[in-house]
Design a protein around this ligand. Structure first.
Ligand code: MTE
Ligand code: MO
Length: 220
């Protein structure tokens, strides 16, 4: 499974690092998802922006693989056929990007993360997950958030195969956290006994990233 080093910093990557240092976009208001659909400091968009490190790997399904390892009873490497043979789910959810755009009502099809976890059986010591991607990106989140009933490994959006620029053939979607946790072009899910920072988390962004309480940046 070829995982390349992350590409050189783009202008956007440099800006996002500065925003974390400045605490940009923070409103200081917490909102509950029951009271208000749009999290604090967000605005609604109708298009679907593309955000990544600047390299969009072309991963044909014929060479696509997903490895699940670390603190699991039954590590697995799934090829496309094995992945498609798993129980398939559909979810409709909102996207909240830390750069302040939100997009409502995205219909996804894929494999629910809890179905994948049933397959590999996390060990009792597993508390966090590191996601690795074909572009060299990494991001971490607590295991409980990864296992959320609304989270899935999506291969279709609005009834069509997920486009390459949005992470096709398969990306993670964890709708209750900021969208940087939703790794595009996912290649590996590593279960950890202790949470550790991925790419943005090592660059000033939050270890969890709950949009409702504006966990945009790491607190020191
Ligand atoms: N592999 C990978 N996944 C990634 C990223 C990335 O650079 N590489 N960027 C993240 C960020 S910061 C955001 S906001 C969303 C953007 O997804 P989109 O381009 O489909 O809107 O993908 C996330 N997942
Ligand atoms: Mo983002």
């Amino acid at each position: 499974m070829a995982e390349d080093a992350p590409p050189e910093d783009s202008k956007l990557t440099r800006s996002k690092r500065n925003w974390a240092e400045q605490g940009k976009f923070l409103t200081g208001h917490a909102v509950s998802p029951e009271a208000q659909r749009l999290p604090p400091g967000q605005h609604l968009v109708r298009d679907w922006p593309v955000l990544d490190l600047g390299r969009q790997p072309d991963v044909a399904t014929a060479r696509w693989q997903l490895k699940i390892d670390g603190l699991v009873e039954r590590p697995a490497t799934l090829d496309w056929a094995a992945f498609q043979a798993l129980s398939q789910s559909e979810r409709t959810s909102d996207i909240h990007c830390v750069t302040t755009w939100s997009r409502y009502d995205n219909r996804w099809q894929g494999v629910a993360t809890h179905d994948l976890l049933d397959l590999v059986r996390p060990k009792a010591e597993a508390v966090a997950v590191m996601l690795h991607a074909y572009d060299g990106y990494t991001t971490n989140l607590p295991l409980a958030d990864f296992a959320d009933p609304d989270a899935l490994l999506a291969h279709h959006w609005e009834g069509r195969p997920l486009a390459r620029e949005h992470g096709g053939p398969v990306r993670l979607v964890v709708p209750h956290l900021y969208f940087w946790k939703s790794a595009k072009w996912i290649s590996r899910i590593e279960l950890l006994g202790r949470d550790r920072p991925g790419f943005w988390e090592a660059n000033g962004y939050h270890m969890r990233g709950d949009p409702w309480v504006e966990q945009r940046y790491s607190v020191e």
